[in-house]
Each structure stands twice: as C-alpha cells, then as structure tokens.
Design a protein around this ligand. Structure first.
Ligand SMILES: O=P(O)(O)OC[C@H]1O[C@H](O)[C@H](O)[C@@H](O)[C@@H]1O
Length: 321
C-alpha cells in the first residue's frame, strides 16, 4: 500500500493540540507509519513515545501528579538551570514545573527537518523566577518525531541578560525508559568510566567490569561519556540507543524498592519497569555570556535486539550508525 493510499483512507494529523490529564495543554506528534509522541506544555515534558506498533517506550508512573508545582513523574523531564542539588535552587531547577508556550516563530534550525514532525516550545523566566535565579533567558525546545519513529529533543538556551552578566547552568534530559524487568536490563557504553556516586556524597569511583546491570538502588553520574549509549532489554528483545551532543555526562538512576515506597507519585513496584538514563551536562557547568546560545541534543531510537548464541552482541549495537 502506498503511503498516499493509506493517508487518504486514514488521515493523519501530524501535530494535534489537545488537552491531557487535568485539562493541561498537550501536543501529540504523529508519523504516517504509526509512531507518536506526546508533549505537555507543563514542564515542556514529553510524556509518551510510541513505536509504529503503538507500544509505549517511555515510563510514566501510574501515580504521576499532573498538577503544579509537582513535576510529572516519568517521560522526559527537563532539568534546568540546575541538575539535582548541584546549586541552591530547588531539586532539578524549575523548568520542569513551569508552563511553557508554543513558539510560533522559532529562529531557523540548521538541521534537516524534512520528513519529520515537530513542535517548538519556549520558556522565558517570570518575574518570580528571576527572584530565585536573577537572569533573563530564552529556552527553546524542539521535539521531533523522525520518519523512522526516532525521538529527538534539541534545546537552545540563550542568555538574554541586559545587565552584561553571564550565567552558568547544569542540565539534563531526565529520560525514563520503559523496561520489561530491571533485572533483565543492561546498559552498554559506560563501562570503565569514572562516575560520581550520588548515594555516597557524590564521591568519585571508576566503573569496573562489563556492561552495567541492576540488582539494587543506583544513582550515578558518569563523566565524559561517549555520544552513544545502549540500553538492552533482554526480555523484550528491544534496545534503546541514546545519542547525544554537547551533553558529556550521563546519569543512571533506579530508586529500587525502598525509595520507590517513599515517593508519593511512584508505585511501590514500578521501579521494576523503568530505568532513567539521563543525557546531561553536570560536572562542568555551561556558562553563557549575554547574546550567547548553547545547544544540547538527544536522539532516541528503539530497535529490536537479536540474540547471538544466547548473548547480545554489544559491538553491533554500539558500532551501528
Ligand atoms: O524525585 P526527583 O526530584 O524527580 O529526582 C529523581 C532522581 O533524579 C536524578 O536521577 C537524581 O540523580 C536522583 O538523585 C533523583 O532521585
């Protein structure tokens, strides 16, 4: 069937503006082959990413609270201008619990947007925000659903201070991946790297051994990581490939059972079905002078993983384009 035939029979609305939980504004991106993504203006947050079979690829807690000032638990929260407690602001900064707007006329992107569906959002600080972080900025976020169902997020952050002052920030795409069973998952691309252990006062260690697997709580910030990280879900025979640009660090987080129980917006057993791998800039903060812009990009794809004599072949995953 040609795509025009399928389109005329079943018209696709590539960008739909609608309402989500609690009447919050939501944008749905759709690709003709059936993949989709959902973005809430609250937090500028992707909450859903589905492949062409309609299978959800991101974790969203069944207990997520879609109400300000609580950030939505799951999807891809944006941590800005501060990651975690690396500064004096609230945990993970304020971008994740502010109302973003649709950017009607974003400056042009050099990247090829042919054959993709996307939405541009913008966040500017309110007067209240400037009381806690005394800077003026424009944060433009483009969420793109690629032709093959890939999900791309590009952030452009510009210093618009008129007082001549630079500002510094840390940043993360706090991606919650949906996994079959955390004990069946391994992460490749971070082995042998140095990391800060957030469970041990951010002390620095070196990762030993092979790929990373999970049997207890993990909260680590890997430093100077490669631009490509793979998350292999053996049970579902699915591999997520995360590619990133200008985001040198990567946080790996699973709260495990005890912390899961302590979080009001997270189910007691949900830790089994999620893993956060967060493309980030943490160890070295980013500094912008007035008029300067930083751009940070994350691209996610989900591919079927194949078994080779009972073992996944990590080289194939990591060397593939
Ligand atoms: O509960 P939140 O504020 O959303 O933070 C959730 C988690 O985010 C990151 O992964 C941090 O490294 C963790 O220390 C933190 O627990």
């Amino acid at each position: 069937m040609t795509s025009s035939a399928s389109e005329s029979r079943n018209p696709i609305v590539p960008v739909e503006f609608t309402k989500g939980v609690n009447g919050l504004d939501k944008v749905i991106l759709r690709d003709v082959r059936g993949s989709s993504a959902e973005v809430y203006l609250y937090g500028g947050q992707v909450t859903s990413w589905k492949n062409e079979h309609g299978e959800e690829l991101l974790f969203l807690s069944s207990k997520a609270i879609f109400k300000s000032p609580k950030a939505i638990r799951g999807g891809i929260p944006i941590c800005f201008p501060q990651f975690a407690t690396h500064g004096s602001l609230e945990q993970h900064g304020f971008a994740r619990n502010r109302f973003w707007s649709v950017d009607p006329d974003p400056p042009p992107f050099p990247t090829n947007s042919f054959n993709t569906t996307y939405i541009d959002l913008i966040l500017k600080p309110s007067e209240e925000d400037q009381k806690i972080w005394p800077h003026s900025f424009e944060f433009r976020l483009r969420v793109t659903l690629g032709r093959g169902g890939d999900l791309m997020l590009t952030s452009r952050i510009r210093n618009t201070n008129t007082d001549g002052k630079p500002f510094s920030f840390t940043f993360a795409y706090h991606t919650y991946f949906s996994v079959s069973d955390i004990s069946e998952v391994r992460v490749e691309g971070l082995e042998t790297l140095d990391y800060l252990d957030n469970l041990q006062n951010k002390e620095r260690f070196t990762e030993q051994g092979d790929a990373i697997t999970f049997e207890s709580e993990v909260d680590k910030t890997y430093l100077s990581t490669p631009s490509k990280i793979a998350i292999l879900d053996h049970e579902r025979k699915r591999t997520f490939v995360l590619r990133k640009d200008r985001l040198p660090d990567a946080v790996v987080w699973n709260p495990w059972d005890k912390k899961a129980k302590a979080m009001a917006d997270f189910g007691d057993d949900e830790y089994k079905h999620m893993l956060c791998v967060e493309a980030a800039a943490i160890e070295k903060s980013i500094t912008l002078k007035p008029g300067e812009e930083w751009r940070g990009r994350q691209e996610l794809s989900a591919v079927p993983s194949s078994y080779c004599s009972g073992q996944l072949d990590p080289q194939k995953v990591l060397q593939g384009s």
